[in-house]
Design a protein. Structure first.
Length: 367
């Protein structure tokens, strides 16, 4: 049954109102959803419509995908309204801190199948965000994993759940890879260049940083550990903590990839690594600095696809844009571009260089 006919059969609109909406839909040059037209005509209220959808989902006549596809609102607006109806919370997973140890209590297969991610736990309950909070079977199966502690159902976007499940899978692979490296170290199988396991670990560290939208990676040795932190929105966040014996092969391999002298450990060095990940080209600017327990290694992440844009696409207003263009074309002078991490300083630099480059000019950059 079509959604309009279903609304008529349930008494939410009349047949005359549906026919009028269909007539409007046919007259439009660009197709518009029938529910959008019905709400614009004032024949149905969004909140009442969403409650109807929820009831249909509970009866098994619809699913959440149908709501998102047909409802006249954005996905986030739908989920926030749905959270109010269900008396629960909506979570933007990119804005909350997720307890990955808690998430590991449920098998990845189950989380992947039911689009769920455990977020936090207290003495009263476990908060689990579901991509489909109307799937009662999913809630029941997740509840079994936490036994006596009740599951509090929260709502989030399915795409965000997929992203964090990918991070959980990555963490699991990291644990296995670190164990392989430890065995190789103990058996004396790793030389100064490291091994394939070390290379895998580096790739996973990079992938984790990119998935986390990090601007740079900090790898630091301590007396007992090797700590990997990512800078996200200007703040350092701990990503991995390895035993100290992982640091020497990890740092040596990174320096080798960056064309840095692996034998030199007493002075600062700089290098660069270029890799393709997630179908994008990335540059990692590498710097090593001697510290108490070895060398602190920092990798600045640069997404080439973001920096190779036209100067017109930077988003400047017309006054600023004209002043900036005039400054880049001046025969001499200096331009200061300032801002916090991730604000677009490097992107602005690349766009400006692309705008002024020509066969008549020689461009030299100094770092």
């Amino acid at each position: 049954m079509r959604i309009g006919d279903r609304l008529v059969s349930e008494g939410l609109i009349t047949n005359e109102q549906l026919n009028e909406a269909l007539s409007v839909q046919k007259s439009l040059p660009i197709r518009k959803k029938i529910l959008v037209i019905l709400t614009e005509l004032g024949y149905i209220d969004k909140n009442r419509l969403l409650k109807f959808f929820v009831e249909q989902c509970r009866l098994g006549n619809l699913n959440l995908d149908s709501i998102i596809m047909d409802f006249p609102a954005s996905e986030e607006e739908i989920l926030r309204k749905l959270a109010v109806i269900l008396n629960t919370d909506y979570y933007d997973l990119d804005s909350v801190e997720i307890d990955f140890k808690l998430a590991s209590k449920v098998s990845l297969e189950v989380l992947r199948k039911y689009f769920a991610i455990p977020i936090k736990q207290n003495e009263f309950n476990v908060v689990v965000a579901f991509g489909d909070p109307l799937n009662l079977q999913a809630i029941e199966i997740i509840q079994r994993a936490f036994k006596q502690l009740p599951v509090k159902v929260a709502i989030t976007k399915i795409d965000q759940v997929r992203k964090y499940i990918a991070k959980l899978e990555l963490n699991e692979k990291v644990r296995d890879t670190v164990e392989n490296i430890r065995k190789e170290v103990n058996q004396g199988l790793i030389d100064a260049k490291g091994s394939s396991s070390v290379l895998k670990l580096i790739e996973m560290i990079f992938k984790n940083a990119i998935l986390s939208r990090a601007s740079d990676i900090h790898i630091e040795p301590s007396q007992y550990n090797c700590i990997v932190r990512n800078r996200i929105d200007g703040i350092l966040n701990e990503s991995f903590v390895f035993d100290a014996d992982i640091y020497p092969p990890l740092s040596s391999r990174l320096k080798l990839l960056a064309n840095i002298d692996i034998a030199e450990k007493r002075k600062p060095q700089d290098g660069r690594i270029s890799l393709k990940m997630f179908d994008k080209e990335y540059d990692f600017r590498v710097s090593s600095l001697p510290v108490m327990n070895g060398e602190s290694i920092v990798l600045r992440i640069l997404d080439k696809s973001k920096v190779m844009i036209k100067i017109e696409e930077l988003g400047m207003n017309s006054v600023t844009f004209n002043r900036f263009i005039k400054a880049t074309k001046a025969p001499y002078g200096m331009i200061f571009v300032t801002g916090p991490t991730g604000s677009g300083k490097t992107t602005t630099l690349y766009a400006a260089l692309n705008a002024i480059k020509s066969t008549e000019k020689k461009i030299i950059t100094v770092e």
